[in-house]
Design a protein around this ligand. Structure first.
Ligand SMILES: Cc1cc2nc3c(=O)[nH]c(=O)nc-3n(C[C@H](O)[C@H](O)[C@H](O)COP(=O)(O)OP(=O)(O)OC[C@H]3O[C@@H](n4cnc5c(N)ncnc54)[C@H](O)[C@@H]3O)c2cc1C
Length: 591
């Protein structure tokens, strides 16, 4: 007879016919399951389980509910704060839900398993001449977390945010039932899952709209300090005046402190992507006269990057879209029908036609940590881990809180060494003054790195068109037609846990200043909902869901009467019943 959730899960996974695997603390499968992109987003779980299919997941959820065991669900593990997809309880890792299926009939939809990463999905669907609305910096980012939070894409100016291109979900409800949620079945749940995170169950499959994918046009340019003023003006000009729906820029104000140096290296990394063939009008012309160094990913070696290398002709043989498959019935408001010839000045600035894979790689590079920042070894520091573990054996049975682990014990459980956070404020546009403020504030924060263990400071300007929510569908996350908001995002990275408070305070200081200017410039209102996918874990459900919170709370009671998902890490929509947690605490309203 099992005496804890972990034991019962182990027994379940060992029963004949189970497609799932249980991983005890310290095993390789355990490490893969708890590992996150940022080391600081990982935690010391009691044990891990990788469900093999929806039926097994249903049993696993029932076991967790029965024991009132804390747990977390991890998709791609790219949560940018702790406590969202990590736990001291049972770590569920969805990696075995990896099927991708394109259905030409009835409507060219794509079924995507909840364990898939965006780069994998693009590889499957782009060769068919189709694509989905997915993450911009896609390598390793999970479809699940991105879709369940909202989803800003390089294609969003044309097709809206990710949740508006979801046709349906397959989901395991907190009582173990496996149901579909779409416009015709459980339509209230369908809306609640769009931005509602893991509050209503565990999604096993996403059904996504696809759109024609043509070749793309663009470049990534790095500007150095002498060009900052000109670059900032051109970025603001693009944000204020550009109307082409297929054109997107992401400007990263990036400062990196190399160990041993006192001054950060400061650059603006500008990614320009036109999601279609270049026509006569070039939306990126305003950047081409500014001196910058083009960025050239290696077309032959996925993931190998060479900054500022000379522009080489690209070979697309391996990854070319099968052009015969491209469905051009897509309405192209941008198409001026003109010449696709690339001007000499554009080519000199690194602009070129490319396939979608290369475009995706260009945008992905903006979050890529420098070589020295990556984990040198994937091994866990097991002795320290073991001390944490043996200090509180059978945590579930005893229902006692684990001691705070020494952070050194977490080495090897993140792709990016050290501690980091994404944070954001929501804006509705950028003016020249606001872009300048972002640039200034990133520099002020960066100047504090040398004395406070800082390693990288990035603040992004990623502007969108006012039409962003024109295709808005009923969703948990508020984004009504006629309104517009999007994240002004900061990514700070530092070396040690002891400096966490300093850097969170510093991010708050920088955002307070940016917000003050954004308000004055008419680009921010206090009522804008927070975007949970890049918000700090201290963000409240009121800040995320605004006026939608009451109906979401009602739906929590309807679909999760026993508040099982209240045991799951993440941004929590309060449960009207507020059932007791195992340690005797009541659920609280804020996260
Ligand atoms: C490098 C990088 C690039 C990014 N680029 C973009 C971008 O272009 N646009 C954008 O909008 N955001 C972007 N983000 C933010 C990203 O959307 C979020 O970090 C997102 O949560 C990542 O999803 P994940 O599955 O990898 O995360 P995870 O850490 O696995 O999960 C995040 C949340 O989703 C929940 N969850 C995961 N799987 C399931 C499931 N099957 N059922 C129910 N709940 C589940 C988790 O419990 C957790 O609460 C980026 C982040 C990074 C680090």
């Amino acid at each position: 007879m099992a005496t804890s959730a972990a034991e019962e899960l182990r027994e379940f996974c060992q029963t004949p016919g189970s497609a799932s695997q249980f991983f005890p603390f310290g095993s390789q499968g355990y490490k893969d399951s708890v590992r996150h992109w940022l080391q600081s987003s990982s935690d010391v779980a009691e044990a891990a389980v990788q469900p093999g299919n929806a039926k097994d997941l249903s049993e696993i959820v029932k076991i967790l509910g029965k024991w009132r065991a804390p747990f977390a669900v991890k998709g791609g593990g790219h949560a940018t704060s702790p406590n969202l997809s990590s736990t001291r309880g049972i770590q569920i890792y969805m990696n075995r839900f990896e099927n991708v299926r394109y259905l030409r009939k009835p409507d060219k939809r794509l079924e995507v398993g909840a364990g898939c990463l965006w780069d994998r999905v693009y590889r499957e669907v782009v060769p068919l001449g189709r694509n989905v609305i997915g993450g911009a910096a896609s390598e390793g980012v999970g479809v699940a977390g991105w879709c369940l939070g909202g989803g800003y894409s390089l294609k969003s100016n044309n097709y809206g945010i990710g949740i508006d291109s979801i046709l349906g979900f397959e989901v395991v409800l907190p009582d173990g039932r496996i149901v579909n949620a779409n416009q015709n079945e459980n339509s209230d749940l369908f809306a609640a899952l769009k931005g509602g995170g893991n509050n209503f169950g565990i999604v096993t499959k996403f059904i996504l709209k696809t759109y024609p994918q043509r070749r793309t046009y663009g470049a990534r340019i790095t500007f150095q300090k002498p060009e900052f003023e000109q670059a900032e003006a051109a970025i603001a000009d693009f944000a204020e005046k550009e109307t082409k729906r297929r054109a997107a820029i992401v400007a990263a104000f990036r400062h990196t402190l190399i160990p041993g140096k006192t001054e950060p290296e400061s650059v603006i990394n500008l990614t320009c992507i036109y999601d279609g063939k270049k026509r006569t009008y070039d939306p990126f012309k305003r950047f081409q006269s500014i001196k910058g160094s083009p960025y050239q990913p290696d077309a032959a070696g996925w993931g190998v990057r060479a900054a500022a290398a000379p522009v080489q002709p690209m070979s697309f043989a391996q990854r070319a879209i099968k052009v015969s498959n491209v469905d051009d019935s897509d309405n192209d408001a941008d198409d001026d029908g003109g010449s696709s010839e690339i001007s000499a000045s554009a080519a000199a600035a690194g602009f070129r036609e490319m396939d979608y894979f290369e475009a995706d790689q260009l945008s992905g590079s903006r979050f890529d940590p420098p070589e020295w920042q990556k984990q040198s070894s994937p091994a866990l520091d097991m002795p320290t881990f073991a001390q944490v573990r043996t200090a509180q054996p059978m945590m579930m049975a005893a229902a006692a809180p684990m001691p705070t682990p020494q952070k050194s014990s977490m080495s090897g459980v993140g792709e990016v060494k050290g501690c980091g956070r994404f944070g954001c404020i929501m804006v509705s546009g950028y003016t020249k003054k606001l872009v300048k403020t972002v640039s200034e504030q990133s520099r002020i924060s960066a100047s504090k790195m040398a004395n406070n263990g800082g390693r990288m400071v990035i603040i992004d300007v990623w502007p969108f068109l006012p039409r962003l929510f024109e295709t808005s569908t009923p969703s948990a996350w508020p984004h009504p037609r006629g309104k517009v908001w999007f994240p002004c995002l900061a990514y700070f990275l530092w070396e040690e846990e002891k400096d966490t408070k300093f850097w969170l305070d510093e991010m708050a200081r920088a955002f307070a200043k940016i917000k003050e200017v954004a308000k004055k410039e008419g680009c921010h209102e206090d009522s804008f909902p927070a975007y949970c996918n890049v918000s700090l874990d201290t963000t409240t459900p009121e800040e995320i869901y605004r006026d939608n919170l009451p109906w979401l709370m009602d739906l929590r009671a309807k679909y999760d009467p026993d508040d099982v998902m209240g045991l799951c890490s993440g941004f929590k929509i309060p449960h009207p019943g507020g059932r007791a947690k195992p340690d005797g605490d009541r659920d609280t309203v804020s996260t």
